[in-house]
Ligand binder design. Structure first.
Ligand code: KIV
Ligand code: ZN
Length: 542
């Protein structure tokens, strides 16, 4: 059996999903869970894209052992040097460098000739090889690149020292037969490709990312790049769990297997969903809420007689946890700790104590606390600002709402030691509270903040469910500041999330004032997606 390498890019391409953003601690938690899952390579980030990404890659390189830790770099010296610096502490490190090879990308984006691209690709691989003997090269937009030119670039990259050649379907353009044909053609025309690993990286714009990846494996690819829950740019990347389970069921027929511990799939899926805020669609293959639910009577009857009548995968093989443990008054620290451990959260002692305290407060109020509640509380605690970062705290909030009049809110904040009051009206009590809070904070900052995103969800069912609120404020320079909070009261959860976001905006300003433009505290903010794209385009021209 050929062993297919599973290259997980949840923390890099997955994190590029619109709406997803992870802080460094969250990235570390996910990386540790990816180790339990048994992935071969973790692409931990794109170090030059933001200080937060650099810090995330560096932390993972330092603390996560087992898989190869990989950092992405454009084919420019500065990116490669920075990726190498971020990866320095890793026991096994890989630099992944890329440059576009399709005519449209070369002409319109890079403004470079094919010869210049070829030269740049070789120079990038050579430079990366100075830092590590594990170098991956990707000809971006490979599926829309001229095949002869693609062969030339691939051969040149191997000559320069690349040990993995990745063929990305960057825009999710290909279909299985054509994609597999491209892989076979490359093997035929570039004999040196047999000496390195051929990898594939498929996007899901046509819903074919998994099918294309599997077709490439059957055609000889030795590595598949994928993400948990299929998250990623636009329509996402190939989903790890779907590829792995398809290979588990059909791998024997094509003589391949993976090293994934499939029982960790469900936990990993939920962890990534919780931390990124990207919900798993109910009917998603393998990890959707409904993946093992049977509605039709005839199906239920069959499943009761023998599960294999209507199930091709046993729920326990992917670690599915249907029934949630309810945490009672007497569950204590060990119960909470074991729930969190099972879900992939390893908290510091102080954080664990705080979670236990908050769980106990809820059980004292006779609230039935389920596993998802515990996880939500843990996330809230992990996201807490340090005491020094709390420039702003909520003293009081009151809202007036109902039909027949305009909802209004009054908020009292403690702002750098002084009490300040703000009022606002809106279409509902949350909107009114947001106006009240934004008016106070914008006046204090001397520039306006805008509530760019707001999300609210009940963690478990029932009218007494904990509410999880998440927000993003945007400032005039498109910097985003996130905030999340949970509470049994939706208004309090929403306002607390806004207070956290406002604190991050104020800290960002404070750091800038103290350290100048480059003195940005990376874990506090992440540039908006559009800013990243602009940086990338500018860098590509260098
Ligand atoms: O989709 C893509 O082309 C990429 C490359 C950087 C591999 O993500
Ligand atoms: Zn990609």
């Amino acid at each position: 059996m050929r062993r297919i390498q599973i290259f997980d890019t949840t923390l890099r391409d997955g994190e590029q999903s619109p709406g997803a953003s992870l802080n460094v601690d969250e990235k570390l938690v996910i990386a540790k869970q990816l180790v339990s899952l048994g992935v071969d390579v973790i692409e931990a980030g794109f170090p030059t894209s933001s200080p937060g990404d650099f810090e995330g890659v560096r932390l993972i390189a330092e603390k996560v052992h087992g898989p190869i830790i990989c950092g992405l770099a454009r084919a420019v010296a500065q990116d490669i040097d920075m990726a190498a610096r971020a990866l320095e502490p890793a026991r096994r490190r890989r630099i992944h460098t890329f440059i576009a090879t399709s005519r449209i990308h070369m002409e319109k984006k890079l403004k470079m000739s094919p010869d210049q691209v070829l030269e740049r690709a070789q120079a990038a691989v050579r430079r990366a090889r100075q830092y590590t003997d594990d170098v991956e090269f990707s000809p971006e937009d490979a599926t829309r690149s001229d095949l002869e030119f693609l062969c030339l670039v691939v051969e040149a990259a191997i000559d320069a020292g690349a040990t993995t050649i990745n063929i990305p379907d960057t825009v999710g353009y290909s279909v299985p037969d054509v994609f597999a044909g491209r892989v076979r053609y490359l093997y035929e025309k570039v004999p040196s490709l047999r000496k390195v690993v051929l990898s594939v990286h498929c996007h899901n714009d046509l819903g074919l990312a998994v099918a294309n990846s599997l077709a490439a494996v059957a055609a000889g690819a030795g590595q598949v790049e994928c993400t948990i829950n299929g998250i990623g740019e636009r329509a996402g990347n190939a989903s790890l769990e779907e590829i792995v389970m398809a290979l588990r069921l059909h791998g024997e027929a094509i003589g391949v297997e993976t090293g994934i511990h499939t029982q960790e799939i469900w936990n990993t899926s939920r962890l990534v969903s919780n931390l990124t805020g990207l919900e798993v669609q109910r009917n998603k293959a393998i990890v959707g809420e409904n993946a093992f639910a049977h509605e039709a009577g005839i199906h239920q009857h069959g499943v009761i007689l023998d599960r294999s009548t209507y199930e091709i995968i046993r729920a326990e093989d992917v670690g599915w946890q249907g029934n949630q443990i309810v945490i009672g008054k007497h569950s204590g620290k060990h119960g909470v700790e074991s729930v969190l451990k099972d879900r992939g959260y390893l908290l510091e002692e102080e954080q664990l104590k705080e979670v236990v305290k908050r769980v106990k407060d809820l059980t004292d109020q006779e609230k039935a606390v389920e596993e998802d509640d515990v996880v939500a509380i843990a996330r809230d605690v992990m996201n807490d600002l340090t005491p020094e970062e709390q420039l702003l705290s909520l003293k009081e909030v009151s809202v007036m709402t109902g039909n027949g009049f305009t909802p209004s809110a009054t908020i009292k904040l403690l702002l750098e030691g002084k009490e300040v009051l703000g009022t606002g009206t809106g279409v509902g009590p949350v909107d009114a509270s947001a106006h009240a809070l934004v008016s106070i904070v914008s006046a204090h900052l001397g520039s306006s903040l805008r509530l760019a995103e707001y999300g609210l969800k009940a963690i478990t069912g029932g009218t007494d469910a904990l509410a999880h609120a998440s927000i993003r404020f945007e400032d005039e320079s498109q910097n985003l500041f996130r905030g999340e909070a949970i509470d049994a009261d939706v208004i309090i959860a929403s306002v607390q999330a806004m207070v956290k976001g406002a604190n991050r905006a104020m800290n960002f300003r404070k750091h800038r004032r103290e350290n100048g433009k480059n003195g940005l505290e990376p874990s506090i903010q992440k540039p908006a997606v559009s800013t990243l794209a602009a940086q990338a385009a500018a860098g590509d021209k260098r």
